[in-house]
Design a protein around this ligand. Structure first.
Ligand code: SF4
Ligand code: SF4
Length: 455
């Protein structure tokens, strides 16, 4: 099977239950317990939209309460960087206790630290073969292995993130080394993500990756990236088009001095980039429905169902969607009742709100495929086949593939270098863009850079 049976069963039963009860709207949740991040990725509107409240966090009890109220079978813990959230272990364990499937959407920089905490908590001589493998593969140092062996009572009692079939690390990977480091605006991030993925697989965690495709992302690179990630035995991939929503667009102009049109995809461009997505879906374990893949490839229209993947953050339930903010609401029910859903999305190629015109993102349209919105005969069979058919085999690993993946660090050669030049140009000054000195401040304000180690 493409996905673990228990997981497929849980999500399918949730949908069937609500269909039978004729519940008009129901959800899979995105939880953002904080917006602080250690990175400042180009195109991330999140750290920019909430730049004045980056230090605020949703209390653990409120996060758990929101998940209970919404009762979604699946919760994506996003951010910011969720591994900076001080009670992330308790949050994950609390959601698991509620019986939910968890995706921890991370930039990968703190994953190895969290997995070392787990090893310290469970250490016994029986795990020595795993430690040896991690040491041989240079995923931990001798000093770290010693610290794991010497873990004291406090380390043993600490809440940790354990491998389970109900949880996925969902690692942000936007391309191979050059592109990824360029987009996250920091050298070495791709390398760390790959090390974290390798360590997670050795320890028995489930690992997914999520990729946003931008205008400058080459189709060939996406395929090479899937091959490489598949060779690492990653369990699945989410892929979505980069879309120029307000906060990201404003940041692009103000901080980077770039035209958003050079970076984000229009609908037509998305269809070109995703023309081969159905082939990718056969060769690799792409998450999401076949119907959504057909939509991305331009073979059909879908209506946005943003209410099905609502976002809960420090200001409440965000409406209408993950990307656009026209209001925050105290409860999921209030969000459902107060947002005028028929004012959003694109219907038969016509945008009901101009801001939706080029949007084809998974949090708006992937649920439409699962929920049977715009149902066409045969869709159910396609979705069942996709989920229950055997999972594509892992792509064979080769040193050549690895060499192609590590295709050079780009920092200083790409957006950032261009951006700094643009920021310091007389034209940018006249436009009111930040100076390079000020930009460094923006970097430390948005993605903290000060929070390099989660507590
Ligand atoms: S890792 Fe990048 S995309 Fe994710 S929250 Fe941080 S800055 Fe945004
Ligand atoms: S189409 Fe839906 S998900 Fe996309 S921006 Fe509009 S409301 Fe949000």
């Amino acid at each position: 099977m493409r996905f673990p049976f228990a997981l497929t069963k849980k999500i399918a039963s949730h949908i069937i239950k609500h269909k039978l009860c004729k519940t008009p709207k129901f959800a899979m949740v995105q939880l953002e317990p904080l917006h602080t991040c250690n990175l400042t990725c180009t195109g991330c509107g999140r750290i920019r939209e909430y730049s004045t409240s980056l230090k605020d966090m949703v209390p653990l009890e409120k996060c758990l309460g929101a998940a209970l109220e919404c009762d979604a079978p699946m919760v994506s813990i996003c951010g910011g960087e969720p591994l900076i959230y001080p009670r992330i272990e308790e949050l994950i364990n609390g959601l698991l206790d509620q019986g939910r499937v968890i995706y921890v959407c991370t930039n990968g920089m703190f994953m190895r630290k969290k997995m070392k905490d787990y090893l310290a908590a469970i250490y016994s001589p029986e795990i020595e073969p795993k430690l040896k493998k991690l040491l041989d593969d240079k995923l931990i140092s001798d000093k770290e292995a010693e610290a794991i062996r010497a873990a004291d009572g406090a380390a043993k009692k600490k809440a940790v993130i354990r491998p389970t079939q109900w949880m996925y690390w969902n690692v942000h990977v936007d391309g191979l080394e050059f592109t990824h480091d360029l987009i996250v605006e920091r050298e070495g991030v791709f390398k760390e993500c790959v090390a974290a993925i390798r360590m997670a697989k050795i320890l028995g965690y489930q690992v997914a990756t999520n990729t946003t495709v931008y205008k400058e992302t080459e189709v060939q690179e996406i395929e090479d990236m899937f091959k490489f990630l598949s060779s690492l035995e990653v369990d699945g991939h989410t892929i979505s088009p980069g879309y120029d929503y307000d906060a990201a667009k404003k940041d692009m102009v103000k901080r980077l001095g770039k035209d958003p049109k050079a970076f984000f995809l229009t609908r037509d461009m998305t269809r070109q980039k995703f023309a081969k997505i159905e082939d990718w879906g056969k060769a690799f374990t792409i998450f999401g429905t076949v119907v959504y893949q057909e939509f991305l490839a331009g073979k059909r229209e879908l209506t946005c169902t943003a209410w099905a993947i609502p976002t809960y953050n420090i200001r409440g339930w965000k409406g209408p969607c993950y990307l656009m903010t026209d209001g925050h609401y105290n409860s999921y029910q209030e969000l459902l009742e107060k947002v005028q859903w028929d004012k959003y999305g694109v219907v038969n190629g016509k945008a009901r709100d101009p801001r939706c015109e080029h949007c084809m993102v998974h949090c708006g349209y992937d649920p439409s495929g699962a929920l049977g919105t715009n149902y066409q005969s045969g869709d159910n069979w396609k979705n069942i086949k996709h989920n229950f058919w055997p999972r594509p085999a892992a792509y064979p690993y080769s040193p050549d593939l690895e060499k192609r993946a590590f295709n050079g660090v780009s920092i200083g050669k790409g957006h950032l270098a261009e951006a700094k030049a643009a920021i310091n140009s007389p034209a940018a000054g006249a436009r009111g863009a930040f100076s390079q000195k000020e930009e460094a401040h923006v970097g430390s304000h948005c993605g903290t850079n000060e929070a390099d180690e989660p507590k």
